[in-house]
Design a protein around this ligand. Structure first.
Ligand code: FES
Length: 225
């Protein structure tokens, strides 16, 4: 009996040799793979060793494998391959290093700019159980960059911090131990800050952890007003 195969089309671009991107098409045996990441690993190991992509934990925790598949963002290690066509692209809004690998520098710059660390009120400031529970959803953010890529404003305005940075900022606004909440709001209240978000909810749709960046952005806006 003929073996069933997945059709996988992968965005290919090597800026050192290519003038434009193109798609390469592969057939991968269904019995060998389940997820998009399995498919990419199979292609790299058995069909085309030049394919570049990122992955690490293979269990939806590290965030390194975020890609765009069939019109939506997600983690390659969590997205199942579909019996029809599987079209895989890199994250948008970030320069392609090679194939599915993008340069995350701008994303990390924005992350750093919001001071993504706790500045304690006192050395022994403690956190209540209730307060920790309040921040649960924000802590689920794995900084994969999917929301940043889905956001139309990060593409238009290089100074806009992006949804992931606002989720982390809101996490510290909720933290009863934090001493610099006013300073945090000052960082994002400027003309290229949080009010540039037009609540398109693309970030909510893209987030593989259901963190709901849009709701976090609304909360920050309310804190400024
Ligand atoms: S490989 Fe770590 S989240 Fe997919």
């Amino acid at each position: 009996m003929k073996e069933k195969k997945y059709k996988i089309s992968v965005f290919r671009f090597d800026p050192l040799v290519d003038t434009d991107y193109h798609f390469e098409h592969y057939l991968v045996p269904r019995s060998k793979v389940k997820t998009v990441l399995d498919g990419l690993i199979y292609i790299r190991d058995y069909l085309d060793g030049t394919l570049a992509f990122r992955s690490s934990c293979r269990q939806g925790r590290c965030g390194s494998c975020a890609v765009h598949v069939n019109g939506g963002y997600g983690l390659a290690c969590e997205m199942p391959l579909k019996p029809g066509k599987n079209v895989i692209r890199p994250l948008a809004q970030l320069p392609v290093i090679k194939d599915l690998m993008v340069d995350m520098e701008r994303f990390w710059e924005k992350h750093e700019s919001i001071k993504p660390y706790l500045v304690r009120k006192t050395n022994n400031a403690e956190q209540s159980y209730e307060n920790r529970r309040e921040m649960e959803k924000m802590i689920d953010c794995i900084l994969c960059g999917a929301c940043f890529s889905a956001c139309l404003m990060t593409g238009k305005n290089p100074d806009f911090h992006g949804p992931a940075a606002y989720v982390i900022l809101n996490r510290f606004l909720h933290d009863e131990r934090d001493a610099i909440q006013k300073q945090r709001l000052d960082i994002v209240k400027g003309e290229n800050g949080v009010f540039r978000c037009h609540s398109m909810y693309n970030c909510n749709e893209a987030c593989p952890k259901n963190v709901k960046p849009s709701e976090n952005i609304l909360e920050i806006k309310k804190n400024i007003n």
